[in-house]
Design a binder for this molecule. Structure first.
Ligand SMILES: Nc1nc2c(ncn2[C@@H]2O[C@H](COP(=O)(O)OP(=O)(O)OP(=O)(O)O)[C@@H](O)[C@H]2O)c(=O)[nH]1
Ligand SMILES: [Mg+2]
Length: 251
């Protein structure tokens, strides 16, 4: 299989100029960043970009959910292995980071779009839904309203995103034991109702962060490269098995 090269860190030709960490922390977001053009998956076409790692296939993943649920922190934890502690600076507009993962010997590039949860940026976010291959929909386990709003987010997703988009529900801030207002069972129940996979995460401790992105990357890779006689990848089964294997202490 021919391999392409990923632009390291931020963006490609349509890249916004600031990383989510910089925009989130400085408030310099990109409300008017160019909407991504459709389709990032080129399984057999060779191409080389400026610099960075080689990859075989690429997908767009979007982080969505209310303001303050931890979307930017989740992305920074996944990309840089760090937690953005301190005062909360809301993302302005939209931004993205790339990460190449090794999935079953295939190099999968995820272009991860970090959206602003604030209502005033909703129209910007809408423009990006249609090109997303996967959506990570977050709520905050210490914020009941963010959980109650998941239904509205799913309605919006169904309105703007592709029908076959991969959706995963994430209950973030699972480390906040004392402030928790949403039980894990409630998240599981809601996810079942909507037929989407679910897990709890913590951008602070790293709990299940890698797993969330790996699961999505595996699902997308399977869909793209599946042999006709190969069974369908069971995302929730994979997640449950990984969590069981890791026991209480995955990070
Ligand atoms: N305890 C805990 N705090 C978190 C976690 N993730 C994020 N936070 C905190 O929650 C606040 C909001 O995090 P952000 O990642 O900026 O939230 P966001 O969803 O990007 O918000 P918008 O950009 O406004 O949409 C910050 O103060 C973070 O430090 C987590 O897993 N655990
Ligand atoms: Mg943010």
């Amino acid at each position: 299989m021919s391999r392409k090269k990923a632009v390291k860190g931020k963006g490609g030709s349509k890249s916004p100029k600031a990383s989510p960490s910089s925009s989130a922390r400085t408030g310099r977001g990109l409300a008017a960043a160019a909407a991504p053009s459709s389709g990032l998956v080129y399984p057999s076409r060779p191409s080389i970009s400026n610099s960075g790692e080689f990859y075989d296939i690429a997908f767009k993943v979007m982080l969505v959910g209310d303001s303050g649920v931890g979307k930017t922190c989740l992305l920074v934890r996944f990309k840089d292995g760090a937690f953005l502690a301190g005062s909360f600076i809301s993302t302005v507009g939209i931004d993205f980071r790339n990460k190449v993962m090794s999935i079953d010997a295939v190099k999968v590039k995820l272009q991860i779009w970090d959206t602003a949860g604030q209502e005033r940026f909703r129209s910007v976010t809408h423009a990006y839904y249609r090109d997303a291959h996967a959506l990570l929909l977050l709520y905050d386990v210490t914020n009941k309203a963010s959980f109650d709003n998941i239904r509205a987010w799913l309605t919006e997703i169904h309105e703007y995103a592709q029908q076959d988009v991969v959706i995963m529900l994430l209950g973030n801030k699972a480390d906040s034991t004392h402030d928790r207002l949403v039980k894990r069972e409630e998240g599981e129940k809601l996810a079942k109702e909507f037929g989407v996979p679910f897990m709890e995460t913590s951008a602070k401790t790293g709990l299940n962060v890698e797993l969330a992105f790996t699961a999505v990357a595996k699902e997308l890779k399977h869909r793209t490269m599946k042999e006709p006689d190969q069974p369908k990848f069971q995302l929730q089964e994979f997640v449950d098995k990984e969590i069981r294997t890791a026991g209480c202490c995955r990070s």
